[in-house]
Design a protein around this ligand. Structure first.
Ligand code: SF4
Length: 307
């Protein structure tokens, strides 16, 4: 009988050095303290691989590179652990995708990623410094986010790692960004970066009225945004993915920094979303499904990988 393999999205840490106004982070001191330590994180990777059949893992945050007391040392140690799950045999290999804001990604970190990380996704929501400051991407010492990201894209491509862009689409950029996507790609390509894919996320409500009032956009605006971007990027040989709120809710299964997972049932919102126990306490995915009201079919639709 063929084995079932899965992929998953892991928010490795809630720690972040930026303050994006659309972000929901559980980063109060007691929440940061409750995160798995490095050994716990390593155990979780081993457990997901051996007992849950995970063969693809997306490392995200917060900002994953800065977890621990002496960034990026612990991140590098985690990468070295993950390296032991790499294999030329696709049924044994653990593929890794990394989502980062790039601010701590330098030559040393990029070299450690070679041969471990298959794809890096960086977020860029717009070009103008004033806009990036307004949404918190320029924060404290991290100014000129756009220029920095262009350099990071170049570094990633030079290391032979696939490069992807992410953008969060809300009230502040849905009209502007279609006019900027070509500028962004041109700047990255001129610096030697090669973008293979671009994912656009419709801002998702976290049931926080202040944030929603500032960022949420209606579906028809998102559809218009999509049509404009598709027109501008036609012929540029980049895979485009427009993730709307419906897809985000249906696919949501976030492995959290505490080692448990957040999931949604059909009519849940962010506030009513459910949490599993520590994933390391379930011997198998079958047991996880049996103990929680997770829609198995939906889960497989978004999280099963073929090997
Ligand atoms: S970089 Fe990511 S995790 Fe950090 S504040 Fe911005 S959206 Fe949140």
């Amino acid at each position: 009988m063929s084995k079932t393999y899965y992929k998953g999205y892991w928010m490795v840490t809630n720690r972040c050095n930026l303050r994006c106004t659309y972000c929901v982070l559980e980063n109060a001191p007691h929440q940061l303290k409750a995160e798995l330590d490095l050994n716990g994180k390593k155990e979780l990777v081993s457990h997901l691989y051996h007992n849950f059949g995970f063969r693809r893992l997306t490392l995200s945050g917060g900002e994953v590179i800065i977890f621990g007391k002496h960034p990026p040392s612990e991140f590098i140690e985690l990468l070295r652990h993950i390296r032991t799950f790499r294999s030329p045999d696709p049924s044994k290999n653990l593929e890794i995708e990394l989502y980062t804001n790039g601010t701590y990604l330098d030559e040393r970190v990029a070299s450690e990623m070679e041969g471990v990380v298959d794809m890096v996704a960086v977020t860029i929501d717009g070009v103008k410094d004033s806009f990036l400051t307004e949404i918190g991407r320029n924060h404290r010492g991290h100014t000129q986010y756009f220029d920095h990201i262009v350099n990071i894209c170049s570094l990633i491509s030079k290391k032979g790692i696939e490069l992807k862009l992410h953008s969060v689409i809300g009230q502040k950029n849905h009209l502007l960004l279609p006019d900027e996507v070509a500028v962004i790609l041109d700047a990255i390509e001129s610096a030697g970066g090669q973008v293979s894919a671009w994912k656009f996320y419709q801002y998702m409500s976290y049931d926080a009225p202040d944030r929603d009032t500032m960022h949420a956009i209606a579906s028809n605006f998102y559809k218009t945004f999509k049509a404009r971007v598709e027109r501008v990027l036609a012929g540029r040989n980049i895979r485009l993915h427009f993730k709307d709120n419906q897809e985000m809710n249906a696919s949501l299964f976030n492995i959290l920094p505490y080692g448990n997972a957040q999931y949604m049932r059909a009519n849940d919102t962010w506030t009513t979303s459910q949490r599993t126990g520590d994933l390391r306490s379930y011997p198998s995915m079958a047991e996880l499904f049996a103990r929680h009201d997770i829609d198995h079919e939906l889960y497989r639709q978004f999280h099963q990988v073929q090997r």
